[in-house]
Ligand binder design. Sequence first.
Ligand code: FES
Ligand SMILES: [Fe+2]
Length: 403
Amino acid sequence: MREAQNKGTGREQLIEMARHNMRCVQEQRIEQTADVLRVPGRRYYDEARWRLEIDRVFRRMPLMLAMSCELKDPGDFKTLEVAGVPVLMLRDQNGEARAYINSCSHRGAVVVREERGNRRRFSCPYHAWTYDQGGNLVAIFQERDFGEIDKSCHGLTSLPVGERAGMIWVTLNPDSTLDIDTFLCGYDEVLEAFSFADWALYDARTVEGPNWKIAYDGYMDLYHLPILHRNTFGADMPCQALYYPWGPHQRVASPDPRLLGLADRPESEWPTEALLQSVWTIFPHVSIASFDGGGGRAVMVSQLFPGDTPTSSRTVQNYVMEKLPESDEVREAADAQFKMLEYVVREEDYATGILQQRALMTRPDAEVMFGRNEGGGQHFHTFLDELIDCPDEALPALFKRFA
Ligand code: FES
Ligand SMILES: [Fe+2]
């Protein structure tokens, strides 16, 4: 793990990480943690623990719920349900991203059921109460018959929103005071290098999986690549990882011999693309896997959400491209790559995870281990435990301590 302070600009940080990576390649080593970490296996399926995670993690932390390009134009909206909360996200006429609980002030019906669209006003399908982009209640059907209420007090419930680095974060608890910048710990400055604001969503699909932490562990784990994925993409993949944390958020990179090719060139010429290769996780539920091929620059943005039970989760895989394909050839290459990634996650990662959790449940005293080479999983579980116990007022201090 690298030094936390004085991280520098996004580009400076990328250069510093590339230099660190090259040193690890040359010295044929990775950074190891001090010890093996043991986590009680019960934490992956215990009902009470899972409820705490819903309340103290998923409803209390900002969650990355949309790429900015999904709400490109004023009036664009998106709906989704996260940890049991129906959410309406939109971009208003001033270009600001906004989010609301998607529940009508009349009797609570879900106001917008379409997944995406573009609209200035939103009319509830039950009795046609209508809201504007600011969430204000602007019309009551048969208002004279209904009786008098103060419309200004009956808008949609607004949720905290932050837009950084071409991504939009929403906090599901309207009363949360955790500031987005405290939460991000400067991570957005590095993610800015992708220029996601100018990219486009090509395709998205959903994969059902095991407990969200079993699934999430896999995104920080390169140790398994040449083993579990040997028949798909993993046979020649490195199993060693370097972890770079910004608070709870982590970049997961393998020591990359290709970077040595940059060493003779001035740093100013090092291409950003080469510096960004790897997996970027956003706590508590997102992984951005960058790769080229498949028809131009693309990333797979996986958003992992807890399911309705401790032992289920749902992952929305978003295939985001720097440029949308303009030829059949590029489109076919992108489709083939996305299909392969979906297969790998569904049939290899999550199929294994589902069996893993069933097996763990038969051994109530089992512990799972994260080795000295699995610093990413160690960091995640250590932070998560502290977060679960952390009262709201102490959250800024917790993030500062990990930043
Ligand atoms: S519940 Fe929305 S208008 Fe009645
Ligand atoms: Fe995997």
